[in-house]
Every structure is written in structure tokens, then in C-alpha cells.
Design a protein around this ligand. Structure first.
Ligand code: SF4
Ligand code: SF4
Length: 427
């Protein structure tokens, strides 16, 4: 292993004193009870990898690191300040350099690196969703659960009348904002993007469009494909260069990596790009946001790991939901714990992913009263939790926080007949 790789693993993990305070925060340890599936156990394994005690080809090492969600739930639980996520990223990169990636991961990452592949594939998936077949087939088995994941990408609220369609110029003044559109969000969750544009414009931002964006690269980086993530980062940095004041993100997983582009590439343009990235709820919370509603939902907020742990954003989504008159807002036990989605983890480690999800579903199922909505700001979480709710036939739906705020603005008549809430920014 290269000296850089060794230091990249050892330095962030150096403060670990093996106290074990992180163990109860780790979903995989709670699911398996195996010390090697805990942060402390994995830190021992990663140090052994870096110092040559264990070979990169050791299958048990690879298995236990593959089973890590990368959720970073262990970081806030650690009193010593171990940067677990940085150590894990370096260890995974070191393993990929020696062993390569499994073919399933290579295929998935290739698709998301190529807009000519992911856009038609995901657009066809959205069309298939509209037939209602995925929802009808949703259930417990592996195929049925995947159908549930697709069904869960549908809008959570259906407006009584057509909502204003963002797309032409009206807004003027105020800070300029462009949405980071991404891949899965742009094709399976365009209704969330539209809700984000409308709510931002309603709160005084000048919303514009930036073309030539692509996938953020988070799936690649988490899998250890550092080069693939870097290529996508450079493409996005070029697309946004000289455009807007803020790059708003409504996908926590994307936002976490976009904010890390400076570290990923180590260049000044990358750092300048990263400094402009904000979660959409951060921008809305900075303006209040403007009160809305009423809605009658009983909402349980579930924090995406990559928003709460990776970005340290917790108050902003609660402020967005708190601006909606009439909703009953709470956080259920384990709301800050991973749901088991974790990028492509649910595809590569389906059994453990479902075990982790089951803990989340039990918390929802056991709530008294049971919520009507689980609000969470990440596509993977919306799909994973949504599919679990469908599989258990629970009377609960998953929704993005801005979807709820958007629905509330519609209910109270905030949106007028003028349909223009964004301007197109063509480089
Ligand atoms: S990572 Fe932190 S909490 Fe976990 S064992 Fe090490 S020092 Fe303790
Ligand atoms: S990142 Fe998540 S799954 Fe991995 S060790 Fe930390 S808490 Fe456990």
C-alpha cells in the first residue's frame, strides 16, 4: 500500500482509544452483534490493513468493511473525535486499488457516470412507476421490495389543482440559487425539485437553472472509486463556474459529497464550489421560512445520515417543517440512525440492509400515535423507508420536507396563477 494510503487510513483513526462508546450508535453492530461489524472493530481492521498485519485480499477484512453503511453515525458518538468516515474512505480506496470492484458495483457506477445511460433508464423507470404496477407488486421479497422502492419515488402529495410550473423568468433581486439536479433526483423525484424551486422563490431567492450538470459522484466515492468521483466532480464544478451565489441541494447524499469537493480534488475551484453548496432546508430556514398551511399531518422527522452526521444539519429541516401550521412534528427513537439505504448498499448487501431497516420500521410501527408521514430529505431514504412502509402495509407515507412545505403553500393560496418561479441560466 502507498504511504499516502497508509497515512490516509491511520491519521483520521489515530484518536481511537477503543472505549466502545460508538457501538450503540452503529446500526450494523446492533443488527449483527459482531464486534467486527462495529466502528471499533472496523478501526482495528483498518489499522491492521494500513500496517500490513492483514493483507488487502483477506476476505474477512473486505466483508466487514463492505458491511459498513458509511453512515457516520459513530462519529458524533465518539468522545475522542475519530474521523471514521475519512478513514473508511481511504481504506476502501486502498482495497479497490488492489482488488478492484465487484462487477455489480462496476456496472452500477458506470451507468451513473454516463448521462446517456442513467437518464433513459431512470426515465423509463418513472414511466413504469406511473403504470401503478410497481405499487401493486410492492412487498417483502427482494423483487417486491425493489418494486416498493420504485413506487416510493412517487409524489407524496397530489395537488387539488395544478401547481405552478417553475421554468420561466419572473424572480428578480435576492440571492441567486440554482438547484443541483443530480441523476436520481432529476429523473425519479422531479416533483421534489419543483417543490424546492417554488419554496425557494416564495422565500425570496432568485432561482435559476444551470445546465450540463451530472451525477455528484457520491456513489462512486463511497464505493472506493475515487477517480470516478473526481471526474464527475470536475464536470459539475465546470457547469457551475461563474453562475450563482448558492448551489441548493435537496438530496442529503449528494450534498455531503458536494460540500467535500474541495477535499476530494484539492483545488481552489473545487473549494470555491463547495463553499456555495447548501442544503435546500438551510436556505429556507435562513428566511424563516415564510409560514404556511395548515396541513393536518402527524409528521415524524427522520434525519438522513448524510445530512445530520456528514453535514451537521439538523435544525434547518425541523425549521422548515415547523413553519407549517397544524402539523404535529416529532422525532421517533432512532430517528438519527441509518435506514439501511446508504447509496447502493441496499443492492450490494440486501439482507443486512433490510435488518437495519427493520429497526427503523419497528420505531414507526410502535409509535403512539403512529405518524401519517415520515419526512426525510434524501432519495435513498425516501425509497428505502417508503418501500418498508409499503411492504408492511402501514398507513404512513414518506415525503421530502420541501414537498410538505410546498403542499402547505398550495393549501394557503401562497402560489398565484403566475407560473414563473425560476429563470433559466444558460452558460
Ligand atoms: S471510535 Fe471513538 S467511541 Fe468508538 S471506540 Fe474509538 S474512541 Fe471510542
Ligand atoms: S459508519 Fe455507520 S455502519 Fe459504519 S461503523 Fe459507523 S455507525 Fe457503523
Amino acid at each position: 500500500m502507498s504511504g499516502t494510503g497508509t497515512a490516509g487510513i491511520l491519521e483520521p483513526l489515530a484518536p481511537c482509544v477503543h472505549c466502545g462508546f460508538c457501538l450503540p450508535a452503529c446500526p450494523t453492530y446492533l443488527a449483527t452483534g459482531d464486534e467486527n461489524d462495529s466502528p471499533r472493530g472496523r478501526i482495528v481492521l483498518m489499522r491492521s490493513l494500513a500496517t500490513g498485519v492483514i493483507a488487502p485480499t483477506d476476505s474477512s477484512l473486505g466483508d466487514h468493511l463492505d458491511r459498513c453503511l458509511g453512515c457516520r453515525g459513530c462519529e458524533p458518538a465518539c468522545p475522542s473525535g475519530v474521523a471514521y468516515g475519512a478513514g473508511l474512505a481511504a481504506a476502501r480506496q486502498a482495497l479497490v486499488e488492489v482488488k478492484g470492484l465487484p462487477w455489480t458495483a462496476r456496472m452500477i457506477l458506470r451507468i451513473f457516470a454516463t448521462p446517456l445511460l442513467w437518464r433513459p433508464l431512470l426515465t423509463m423507470a418513472r414511466w413504469f412507476r406511473s403504470t401503478g404496477i410497481p405499487r401493486a407488486l410492492a412487498g417483502e421479497g427482494r423483487f417486491s421490495f425493489s418494486m416498493g422502492m420504485l413506487a416510493a419515488t412517487a409524489p407524496s402529495h397530489f395537488p387539488a389543482s395544478p401547481l405552478p410550473r417553475p421554468g420561466s423568468a419572473r424572480a428578480s433581486g435576492g440571492a441567486s440559487v440554482a438547484l443541483f439536479t443530480g441523476c436520481v433526483m432529476d429523473t425519479l423525484f422531479p416533483h421534489v425539485h419543483d417543490a424546492a424551486r417554488r419554496t425557494l422563490a416564495t422565500n425570496g431567492y432568485r432561482v435559476v437553472e444551470v445546465q450540463a450538470q451530472g451525477c455528484c459522484g457520491a456513489l462512486h466515492e463511497h464505493a472506493g472509486d475515487h477517480d470516478g468521483a473526481s471526474d464527475l466532480a470536475r464536470r459539475n464544478i465546470a457547469a457551475f463556474e461563474g453562475t450563482v451565489d448558492f448551489i441548493a441541494v435537496d438530496s442529503a447524499g449528494c450534498g455531503a459529497l458536494l460540500k467535500e469537493y474541495g477535499h476530494l480534488l484539492g483545488t481552489t475551484p473545487a473549494s470555491e464550489f463547495a463553499a456555495r453548496v447548501v442544503d435546500v432546508t438551510e436556505l429556507l430556514a435562513a428566511k424563516g421560512p415564510r409560514p404556511a398551511g395548515p396541513l393536518g399531518d402527524d409528521v415524524a422527522y427522520d434525519a438522513p445520515c448524510h445530512l445530520q452526521h456528514a453535514q451537521g444539519v439538523h435544525a434547518a429541516p425541523l425549521a422548515v417543517l415547523g413553519a407549517i401550521e397544524g402539523i404535529r412534528l416529532r422525532e421517533l427513537p432512532g430517528a438519527d440512525r441509518c435506514c439501511g439505504s446508504a447509496g447502493i448498499y441496499s443492492l450490494l448487501e440486501p439482507a443486512l440492509s433490510r435488518d437495519v431497516l427493520e429497526m427503523k420500521l419497528a420505531s414507526i410501527r410502535d409509535a403512539d400515535p403512529i405518524p401519517s408521514v415520515v419526512a426525510t430529505g434524501n432519495p435513498g431514504c425516501l425509497m428505502q423507508v417508503g418501500a418498508g412502509l409499503l411492504a408492511e402495509d402501514l398507513p404512513v407515507r414518506a415525503a421530502h420536507p420541501v414537498e410538505l412545505l410546498d403542499a402547505a403553500y398550495q393549501m394557503d393560496g401562497t402560489y398565484g396563477p403566475d407560473d414563473s418561479h425560476s429563470a433559466r441560466f444558460q452558460k
